[in-house]
Design a protein around this ligand. Structure first.
Ligand SMILES: [Zn+2]
Ligand SMILES: [Zn+2]
Ligand SMILES: [Zn+2]
Ligand SMILES: [Zn+2]
Length: 348
């Protein structure tokens, strides 16, 4: 595992160094690095997880390097199901982009292109690498901190190196700045983007609604939600998930509590007395959240754990609880939170 991680850092360094002169290699190296870090995380769980689903794990072959390794999607699935530390949709999406780019790049740079086209290509590579790095960085220093802590110096060094690509994004920023100014005059808000650092992330001031905050420079999109802290009335911002902290008084929030804050308890109470079940707390098939889905003031539903938002919910035909998933066959097959009739008959 040590070797995997060290190689990962080597590839990242090369990805930055090669960017200008050998953009094709930069993409390939970056892609290799992302895969290595995911594999290192799997390896920390068990060595056999690194081997492709299509092969029987064999230690002898493994140590001699004679094996096919797991694909990105395969790795993501094992992180979720085996390591119980899966990637979020956004993380996976961003890493998939890297893979897609890698496959395309191999062809693109074989062909002859104009200077301008190459320049545009370069810019899109930088954007994508910075976004993917933003997610990878978060994984390494937060979710998987315990495993990668001893490389914190290398992580910081790479972070600095990738940030040095910032001037590339400056070009994009300058191009869209007039548009941002115009939109600000119309009353739109922009705040500083956590990935690229420019004041280019679209923001909303409405509270208690989940919105997509997209950065016009680097395209990072985050789901955000704002709330007035029930203890001190200060504004609390949640990003991509229902775990958050009030910067002012230090109060910590979890999805369950956020659900309580979001639900309009007056309306829910009246509905309950009328036998209206549309305000019942729902379960989330996307993140397995139990009773994390609430109906909000604007008649839509949001999962306070993963911030999935939906217009409608379906009711499970077996347990009769609302769920974000497709409930078509739920009477028989159940939902994310019950085993349906099939499970019940099996137990009998
Ligand atoms: Zn950005
Ligand atoms: Zn507070
Ligand atoms: Zn959810
Ligand atoms: Zn059910």
């Amino acid at each position: 595992m040590e070797r995997l991680v060290e190689n990962g850092f080597d590839f990242l360094r090369k990805a930055v160094d090669d960017l200008n002169d050998y953009p094709k290699f930069s993409i390939i190296h970056f892609h290799a690095a992302v895969e290595l870090f995911l594999k290192a995380r799997l390896m920390d769980e068990h060595w056999s997880l690194v081997i492709s689903q299509r092969q029987e794990p064999d230690w002898e072959k493994f140590i001699s390097g004679n094996f096919q390794s797991v694909s990105l999607d395969g790795a993501a699935e094992r992180l979720e199901k085996v390591a119980r530390s899966g990637l979020t949709k956004q993380e996976l999406q961003s890493f998939r982009e890297v893979t897609k780019h890698r496959n395309k790049a191999v062809h693109f740079f074989h062909e002859a292109h104009s200077e301008e086209e190459n320049r545009g290509k370069l810019l899109s590579i930088v954007k994508q690498q910075l976004t993917a790095w933003y997610f990878l960085h978060q994984l390494l220093i937060r979710r998987w901190e315990g495993i990668f802590a001893k490389w914190s110096e290398s992580i910081a060094e790479i972070d600095k190196k990738l940030r040095s690509l910032h001037p590339y994004l400056q070009i994009t920023y300058e191009q869209i700045q007039p548009e941002i100014e115009k939109r600000k005059l119309k009353g739109e808000n922009f705040c500083s983007c956590p990935s690229c650092g420019f004041e280019s992330q679209q923001d909303e001031s409405d509270k208690k609604v989940v919105y997509e905050a997209k950065c016009l420079v680097c395209s990072l999109t985050e789901k955000k939600l704002k709330l007035e802290c029930p203890e001190c009335s200060h504004e609390v911002v949640f990003t991509n998930e229902g775990f958050g902290r009030c910067e002012n008084c230090g109060k910590n929030f979890e999805p369950e509590e956020l659900a309580g804050e979001l639900i309009d308890s007056g309306a829910a109470h009246i509905a309950f007395q009328d036998g209206d079940d549309s305000w019942d707390l729902g379960n989330c098939s996307d993140c397995d959240g139990y009773h994390t889905v609430v109906r909000t003031d604007d008649e839509s539903y949001v999962c306070t754990s993963c911030f999935l938002s939906l217009e409608h919910l379906k009711w499970c035909g077996w347990c009769n609880e609302p769920n974000t998933g497709d409930m078509e066959h739920s009477s028989w097959a159940g939902c994310s939170h019950c085993d349906g009739r099939a499970g019940w008959e099996k137990d009998d």
